[in-house]
Design a protein around this ligand. Structure first.
Ligand code: KIV
Ligand code: NA
Length: 263
């Protein structure tokens, strides 16, 4: 399999092809996902919920993420390894640079940070230093207490326009990828069309350049309420490997997400 890089994702966008992304937190599952053809693996701070049993992503530390990045990096194969900056890594540009340095040393190839247009300076400084950045917009789980819950973002015109403008500002500052979480499908489409860089969606409709889900969700092992955008791919497969392959194919063929997974 050919190694996936940022250029690969840009080429997919230019060709109008979608790409698949999935969270991975250890070497074994990273290997299985990579073998199934998943383009991008994310060491997400969702590990706070699915591995640690926390109520939110806020308790996850830089050390937690570094540990799982070391593990996932050993199994990542040809996939591109994206890694989340934890809560408060965006406290200052200095903190952002130092934490990103740790993640890159641990094996990250692309760091993901939550934050709006005010993150532009931090993203510019990271990009200058050769650290590629994915900016996470829409529903940002690290601000869940301010948002008042895990709610769809950008249903009203004003907030939708803000998300589009934030995305443009952060791409101008150097962001190589945008990730949009929980927004109406129409907004997912508008952001994707407005930008030259690849846009990854989760609960952002069928028109983003890439799709991402949490691994535990697609294997149906998440407890509690599952969000609308989740699909259990193990239900119609006979193995974990088969579920990863099915997810990958359904994303590539734009079968997933179906209307019932969108807002
Ligand atoms: O932490 C995570 O898994 C994420 C994805 C849901 C996008 O940020
Ligand atoms: Na995350």
């Amino acid at each position: 399999m050919k190694t996936v890089t940022l250029s690969t994702l840009q080429a997919y966008k230019r060709a109008g092809e979608t790409f698949s992304c999935l969270t991975a937190y250890d070497a074994s599952f990273a290997h299985a996902a990579s073998q199934a053809g998943i383009d991008v693996l994310l060491v997400g701070d969702s590990l706070g919920m699915v591995l640690q049993g926390q109520q939110s992503t806020l308790p996850v530390t830089l050390d937690d993420i570094c540990y799982h990045t070391h593990c996932a990096a050993r199994g990542k194969g040809a996939s591109l390894l994206m890694v989340d900056l934890p809560f408060m890594s965006n406290a200052s540009t200095e903190q952002l640079l130092r934490d990103s340095g740790e993640l890159m040393r641990a094996g990250a190839e692309l760091v993901k940070v939550e934050g709006e247009a005010w993150m532009a300076d931090g993203i510019r400084e990271l990009t200058r230093r050769g650290v590629p950045v994915c900016a996470h917009l829409g529903l940002t789980p690290q601000t869940v207490y301010q948002l008042g819950g895990y709610k769809v973002q950008g249903r009203d015109a004003e907030r939708a326009e803000q998300i589009i403008n934030d995305a443009k500002t952060l791409v101008e500052a150097g962001a190589s990828v945008i990730l949009l979480e929980c927004v109406p499908a129409s907004l997912g489409k508008a952001v994707t069309e407005a930008l030259d860089v690849p846009v990854i969606g989760i609960g952002a409709g069928p028109d983003t350049d890439g799709q991402i889900l949490v691994m535990h969700d697609i294997l149906g092992v998440t407890h509690g309420r599952t969000p609308r955008f989740v699909k259990n791919f193990l239900a119609d497969a006979d193995s974990i490997q088969g579920a990863f392959q099915r997810y990958h194919q359904d994303v590539k063929q734009r079968v997933f997400p179906a209307p019932e997974h969108c807002f």
